[in-house]
Design a protein. Sequence first.
Length: 312
Amino acid sequence: MMLVDSALNDLAKGQHGLLTTRQIEGLGVNRLVISGWCRAGLLSHQLRGVYAVPSLLEEADGPDAAERRHLLMCRAALLVYPDAVLASVSAAAAHALPVWSCDLTSPILRRPVNRGRGIRGVHVRRAARESVDTAYGMAVPVTTALAELAIDFGIVPGVVSADAALHRGLVTAPEVTEYVSGLATTWSSRPKAMAKLMDGRSESVGESRLRCLLAFEGWEMEPQVEALDERGQVFARIDGVLKGTRVALEFDGKVKYTSGDPDTLIAEKRREDRLRALGWIVVRIEWADLDNPARLFAKIRRALAAAAHSAA
């Protein structure tokens, strides 16, 4: 259902389905009517001073629902603070980067003010030095967003986002490295560690997480390695290889087999059989392995032992 007032509907359409209390009251609607519209489902409260018209919002279901809800809150926050720019995880999401294992309950903004307080549910920090335009409003540049995200949420979430940014060509590794090298904050070691681990060859959140876990255990994974046949021709690309070994790591994710197409399954089986015939030890990694490092490392050690035995 749409709002009774067509002027408010038109205004909300131009603001991604959002309206501020000031805008609603400016068109002659008092607080009692606003409350009634909320009870009737014509409006929903987003943040203090901001409402949404549910009928004008995009569906918030699916695997990226949390990110889309967060970005809606970011748009709402920018209506309250038009002088603000999105920062940290909010900026990363606005740049369409994955934001794995990050708290998405509150937008993070930077404003030209000398205080770090905002309305309830919004984190406000001091002014950003630079900003760029995104589909969701002004935000700090990608390099800044990556560094801030790593500081706020840790090295691995930072690597996940940084890998994606590099893979998509949004930034270069030297740009990120140069930016983080100039940081001198309490937690600047996090983005600096992120910069050392990031690799734009990784093509998914799972591959980035896997590479980080292996690095923490002292193993180096080389992403997206071409496998050659007996004639020296490329016949497959391996998700990751333990450097200096014939151990191939294949991340199943959700995945290559979701179509259920028998031809796809048969082709993948033949590919794996061919890898094994050429001396590769193939280890299949699932999402559950990433949440159980001890089990993951045991798999890797068994594979390394098998590779050593095969080479003997």
